[in-house]
Design a protein around this ligand. Structure first.
Ligand SMILES: *[C@@H]1O[C@H](CO)[C@@H](O)[C@H](O)[C@H]1NC(C)=O
Length: 409
């Protein structure tokens, strides 16, 4: 049995034993909101209800009620980097519903987020001035401020992530958005819906699984099925053509402010450095080269989309350059370990065993690590990346950062 078969087998065997009931995440979400509201209620009676200044100072008010948000709603499409609980509702081994996932999350509870704590959509929502958009599969009618369709293990292609079980591929996420649009229409009418969607943020962070759990599924000695069918450049075209089709569908449904995140240094993931031969202290350069080419081609596609749709705004958000610089100079950003996952087992903690009882080790302080587990970033780096997306400039955000994108008329 090759190392990659062992790797897949561990995913499959071990995580099946870890499935936790579907609504853990939504329960956590409400618990979190509940905590904020509760602490507020405890203090309000001590003050005159007319003491507006006091009420304004309260953190729960400043966060969600009184500050005007930059976008009226946020719609998120993607994979485990942005999944805030969709996979909790699916039959899959790709779940993060056990500690130590979530150990640094408010309340120190797992929620389905593949992280030690808050992830990209949480930090993004905070900048925007909205609550984190709820996972589509447990959102109910709570859709007016956006929805998160992201699903762990999914990709642009339907087949990406199949090895783990159920997931929401990008095409499915867009289909689900069509349902949300219909529900919005019932609540707001067509004019109100158009107006809301036209000002909302559509955020895409997808494609990693098309490479990591599909095109590069094998260890490099045996080609994957897709590698026998497509050269890297044909595969890049296939992905980007499909991504553009999905973006066009959303445009047709009224999306007008769209931000697309490029791929990160996939060759540096602990899992890739474990399954591929290579010097432990460097990344797998052949993979990073393919990622760089993908990002350049993605930027070109975004330019074409912009040219085709002058009444919409498209922006490209780069993570590659920033994360690469963190790996080259960890101490400049307060990191001590940029090679291994904080949680897991095997070389570099590159095996997906985090949270499987008895099968993993976990570091003490995840904020000193770039990687939380075999492939996912820590909450700390997510926060830095979203800060770049919000306030960064060329070439991290081309042409607009997310704050500027909000202000474009
Ligand atoms: C992918 O799945 C969607 C349903 O979510 C389906 O409509 C589409 O035809 C599938 N695409 C391919 C290439 O199989």
């Amino acid at each position: 049995m090759g190392i990659h078969e062992i790797y897949i087998r561990i995913w499959t065997v071990a995580f099946v034993g870890c499935m936790v009931l579907a609504d853990a995440a939504s329960a956590e979400e409400s618990a979190r909101d509940g905590v904020i509201r509760k602490s507020g209620n405890l203090r309000v009676p001590d003050h005159d209800a007319g003491d507006v200044a006091f009420l304004m100072r309260q953190p729960w008010n400043q966060k969600n009620n009184h500050r005007k948000s930059y976008y009226p709603a946020i719609f998120i499409f993607g994979d485990s980097l942005s999944d805030v609980g969709n996979n909790n509702n699916l039959i899959t081994t790709a779940k993060a519903t056990r500690l130590p996932y979530g150990r640094d999350f408010p309340g120190a509870k797992p929620t389905g987020r593949f992280s030690n704590g808050l992830i990209g959509p949480d930090f993004l929502a905070e900048y925007v001035g909205l609550p984190t958009p709820p996972p589509y599969l447990s959102a109910g009618n709570n859709i007016l401020q956006g929805v998160c369709f992201a699903s762990a293990s999914s990709g642009i292609l339907n087949s990406s992530g199949n090895v783990f079980g159920e997931h929401l591929p990008l095409a499915k996420q867009v289909t689900y958005f069509a349902n949300v649009r219909q529900a919005l229409q019932a609540m707001l009418g067509e004019k109100g819906t158009k107006n809301l969607l036209g000002k909302s943020l559509f955020y895409f962070n997808v494609g990693s699984n098309d490479y990591v759990t599909n095109y590069f599924l094998t260890n490099g000695q045996v080609p994957s099925l897709l590698q026998t069918q497509y050269t890297p450049s044909q595969f890049e075209d296939l992905l980007l053509s499909n991504l553009v089709l999905r973006i066009e569908e959303l445009y047709a449904m009224g999306a007008r402010k769209m931000a697309v995140v490029g791929l990160s240094v996939l060759g540096c993931l602990p899992a890739q450095r474990l399954i591929r031969k290579g010097s432990p202290t460097t990344c797998v350069e052949s993979i990073n080269e393919i990622v760089r080419s993908y990002n350049i081609a993605l930027l070109n596609r975004i330019h074409s989309l912009q040219a085709a749709h002058p009444d919409a705004v498209f922006t490209y958000l780069d993570t590659y350059r920033f994360i690469d610089s963190v790996i080259r100079q960890p101490s400049a950003y307060g990191f001590e370990n940029v090679l291994a996952g904080c949680c897991g087992s095997g070389r570099f903690h590159g095996l997906p065993t985090c949270s499987i009882p008895g099968l993993y080790k976990v570091c003490e302080d995840a904020s000193k690590y770039l990687f939380w587990d075999f492939v996912h970033p820590t909450s700390k780096i997510d926060k830095l990346v979203i800060a770049k997306f919000w306030t960064g400039s060329y070439p991290d955000a081309i042409p607009y950062n997310l704050r500027e994108l909000a202000l474009v008329p």
